[in-house]
Design a protein around this ligand. Structure first.
Ligand SMILES: Nc1nc2c(ncn2[C@@H]2O[C@H](COP(=O)(O)OP(=O)(O)OP(=O)(O)O)[C@@H](O)[C@H]2O)c(=O)[nH]1
Ligand SMILES: [Mg+2]
Length: 297
């Protein structure tokens, strides 16, 4: 089994910084966390990439090609679709050359705790409604990755009701489109003023009525669509659809807590325990051949 986080979020929300932070935290903890850069336009990041999409395709390839002639945004989406069409490249690098996981029953080649963060581009439509993000998730799952979506939203944009509503709807679109366990992160908490941090508390455990009361009084739009906002608010609240976890990258405990939470979501490190817990040994005279009570591996 392999474990992975698909790190997504709008442009500049802190995805690459998140990956670098987690890798560094893992390093301090003697834990290997690999990061794969899947942003073909990336120019700078602070982590050691295990793999880099730019070795397969670069944004300029799509923009400068005489036939394609993409702009930066279309070009980026083209690059991700190209990656999916050439998934052998990714599989060979992630899982070993020529590996074919459908046949891989030996388990010999796979390390127990391969843990990979995928630093995705900031093109949010890749995750909200295009097929590419979902296809990538299904591909990785077929290679035995247990995945979690990590969706980052810059906390600076979440300090009023209207922005909270928009951010929540974006998170919800990603959840629906990616079909993965999902964790929302409010990034850059260190940049918030004390006053704003206090204000933030009400968004972390949202009371939709109170929040959307704000939205409805703020603008003409808000007043006109008051009922719609309220209904969306109730939906979010009643089904506990969207929750945000704050992240201050300078607070080691905060980083550790978030990583642990995601580990729990993807059941990282739990397999050994599960085997022990599930094992309920029979009385010796109940069975002649007890081999069927043991797992094959
Ligand atoms: N203070 C502070 N700055 C941050 C944090 N996260 C990101 N930044 C800054 O925000 C900017 C964008 O961060 P990135 O990590 O590159 O964001 P990204 O989501 O990878 O951006 P794209 O790949 O361009 O979509 C950089 O200047 C970072 O230094 C944070 O937690 N705290
Ligand atoms: Mg980035």
């Amino acid at each position: 089994m392999r474990y992975g986080q698909l790190v997504m979020g709008p442009a500049g929300s802190g995805k690459s910084t998140y990956c670098a932070t987690m890798q560094r935290h893992g390093f301090d903890d003697k834990r290997m966390i690999k990061v794969v850069n899947l942003d073909p336009a990336a120019e700078h990041f602070d982590y050691q990439p295990y793999l880099d999409i730019r070795d397969l395709i670069q944004l300029d390839d799509a923009m400068e090609d005489e036939e394609l002639r993409y702009g930066p945004n279309g070009g980026l989406i083209f690059c991700i679709e190209y990656l999916i069409e050439h998934s052998d490249w990714l599989r060979d690098q992630l899982c070993g050359v020529g590996s074919d996981d459908e046949d891989d029953t030996t388990g010999n080649e796979e390390p127990d705790d391969d843990y990979v963060l995928f630093d995705m581009p900031g093109q949010i439509e890749l995750y909200t409604h295009l097929k590419a993000g979902n296809s990538l998730a299904r591909l990785l799952e077929s290679w035995n990755f247990r995945l979690c979506s990590v969706f980052l939203v810059d906390s600076q944009f979440m300090i009023d009701g209207a922005k909270f509503l928009s951010g929540t709807m974006a998170a919800l679109s990603v959840m629906a489109n990616m079909e993965l366990p999902h964790v929302n992160v409010l990034s850059k908490m260190d940049l918030l003023s004390k006053g704003h941090r206090g204000q933030m508390d009400k968004y972390l455990d949202p009371d939709a009525h109170a929040l959307l009361g704000e939205v409805t009084n703020e603008s003409a739009w808000g007043r006109k669509y008051r009922k719609l906002s309220e209904t969306i608010g109730m939906l979010i609240e009643d089904f506990s659809l969207v929750r945000f976890t704050p992240l201050n990258i300078n607070d080691e405990e905060n980083v550790a807590d978030l990583l642990l939470m995601i580990d729990n979501v993807i059941q990282y490190g739990e397999d050994a325990d599960v085997k022990v817990r599930d094992f309920d040994p029979p009385e010796p005279d109940e069975v002649e051949d007890d081999s069927r009570y043991y797992q094959d591996d």
